[in-house]
Design a protein around this ligand. Structure first.
Ligand SMILES: [Zn+2]
Length: 126
């Protein structure tokens, strides 16, 4: 894999790759959001669970192999920086599945647990 699926314009092994591998922490809520999108794109369910807040983390997580993630748009971010302990990221994730193309428009909340960003929950936007 060359370019990272999150489309930040960097190579996978210099972008989300080390975060998925546990070699590096996501420095911001947006970076964690991007890494989770990338995990969906490459089918890394373990990373998705690991980066989920312990309180809201699903016990089982099965990814749909028929769903192909096309690209990610970050719409808006609020806080979630290196000196924050909570943040919000609104995004649109585009995918293709058996039923054709679709998009997931969500506002996600992220909080730090023991210093590391985690995904708390999200609200689907109309
Ligand atoms: Zn990336």
């Amino acid at each position: 894999m060359d370019m990272c699926p999150c489309r930040r314009g960097e190579r996978f092994d210099e972008c989300c790759g080390p975060i998925l591998a546990g070699e590096r922490d996501a420095p911001t809520a947006e970076a964690l959001m991007r890494s989770r999108y990338t995990a969906f794109a490459v089918g890394d369910a373990e990373y998705l669970k690991r980066s989920w807040h312990p309180r809201t983390r699903p016990r089982e997580l099965t990814l749909d192999p028929g769903q192909r993630w096309l690209f990610l748009e970050i719409v808006r971010t609020e806080r979630g920086g290196p000196f924050d302990d909570a943040g919000t990221v609104e995004f649109v994730a585009h995918y293709r599945s058996g039923g054709g193309r679709g998009e997931l428009h969500e506002t996600s909340r992220f909080v730090r647990v023991d210093g590391a960003w985690t995904y708390l929950d999200g609200a689907i936007e109309a």
